[in-house]
Design a binder for this molecule. Structure first.
Ligand code: FAD
Length: 358
């Protein structure tokens, strides 16, 4: 249905849109109204509409880190689909300002093909550019917080456009102000990244490093672009082997990626865990002791390939809860059971990574 507002602006709403078509875990009820925004003006006019009609709005982009309940979403689901990449070179640095609806992996491919270093290890992560600051997306030793210089967003209440510096985003492990204190307050419209021209990729992640160090083409090449492409392809192959690339033919990829973040324990929590189990993997970070959630899950009785009703654990990755023909209730039921078992066995509360919309 097309709605024409008082300024003669046309909003093209779809009614009763199945949200399973817009989420990578393929679950969720219907959205009462659904709108796809291809420009910032449509975003602003949709907010004005929602305010005038007292309707709630939920933002989605790629739908790869969000889970809707099975009930109808009684409001407007607004999909951000704005596109555009602007490149500026300043003092030898390359700055890419990217519209929120651009595909993240499309951007990584663009950067690698242009010989720009800084995001190649984050190849293959599904979703949009605008969502990457929300949970400070990261993989294989890189995080967006290390390359983002600013994030531009529309303030829901005032409709003003605000630009946040990197420091103002309050980035931390899989979190930022947009996922914590200011969750739901801003609609991100643009992100600016600072990338390096002619810089050889730095590999910090042991699993990736092991492969790259043995890659004869990587060693032999003196082209930064080729080296970046080798890293990108290696990461994509690693991700494919774990079903961490969206592939319609791969049932293990009907997920939100990792369902839980890796717990980071303080000294006291770490000692408590040590008193319960003598041997467990951990990494010391500046924020505390990071314990792999996958290890906790497997050692509390949930193996890869485990199924419960219409949900399961990926056969390739114990951190990925997958949809096996069920619905959101099945998925959350299994996730809650996993959380409960980990808590009983290890005294640690796992935190769900995807955003759950009730
Ligand atoms: C197979 C698979 C593998 C994955 N691997 C990784 C990984 O390695 N590392 C990692 O960090 N994540 C990973 N993820 C999670 C996910 O891809 C990322 O979190 C991604 O950034 C989500 O982008 P999206 O566009 O799909 O966001 P959505 O799922 O659409 O939205 C996620 C949240 O961000 C908000 N949001 C989205 N766009 C905007 C915007 N423009 N402004 C304000 N808020 C917005 C939404 O409201 C929601 O709260 C994986 C997911 C899958 C399915």
């Amino acid at each position: 249905m097309a709605y024409i507002d008082s300024q003669n602006f046309m909003l093209n709403f779809k009614f009763n849109e199945p949200l399973s078509h817009h989420t990578t875990i393929s679950s969720g009820g219907i959205a009462k109204k659904f709108i796809c925004c291809e420009d910032d003006e449509t975003i602003i006019e949709s907010i004005k509409y929602s305010q005038a009609h007292s309707e709630i709005i939920q933002i989605i982009s790629g739908g790869s880190n969000i889970i809707f309940h099975d009930r109808m979403f009684d409001g407007i689901v607004m999909k951000i689909s704005t596109k555009g990449i602007t490149e500026i070179i300043r003092n030898g640095n390359v700055f890419l300002t990217v519209k929120a609806g651009e595909s993240w992996d499309g951007l990584v491919n663009y950067a690698v093909a242009s010989g720009l270093q800084g995001i190649e290890c984050m190849s293959g992560i599904p979703g949009s550019v605008g969502a990457t600051p929300v949970q400070n997306v990261g993989a294989y030793g890189q995080e967006v917080k290390d390359v983002i210089t600013s994030v531009t967003a529309i303030d829901w209440d005032s409709l003003k456009t605000i630009t946040f510096s990197n420091e103002e985003c309050n980035f931390s492990y899989r979190c930022s102000r947009f996922k914590s204190n200011d969750a739901g307050r801003f609609i991100i419209t643009e992100v600016t990244f600072k990338l390096n021209k002619n810089k050889t990729p730095e590999i910090k992640y042991p699993e990736l490093e092991k492969i790259i160090l043995n890659d004869k083409d990587f060693e032999a090449s003196d082209s930064v672009k080729d080296k970046l492409m080798i890293v990108r392809n290696t990461v994509i192959n690693l991700r494919k082997s774990k079903s961490m690339i969206i592939d319609e033919k791969d049932p293990n990829s009907r997920s939100c990626g990792s369902f839980f973040t890796n717990p980071v324990l303080n000294e006291n929590e770490f000692n408590k865990l040590k008193s319960r189990v003598s041997d467990f993997p951990f990494f010391k970070t500046d924020k505390g002791y990071k314990v792999p959630a996958a290890w906790l899950i497997e050692n509390s009785g949930f193996r890869k390939g485990f199924k419960l009703k219409g949900a399961g654990i990926s056969e390739k990755h114990s951190l990925a809860v997958i949809n096996c023909g069920g619905n959101t209730s099945d998925i959350l039921n299994l996730a809650n059971k996993i959380e409960e078992s980990v808590f009983i066995k290890f005294g640690i509360r796992l935190i769900k990574e995807p955003v759950i919309i009730d």
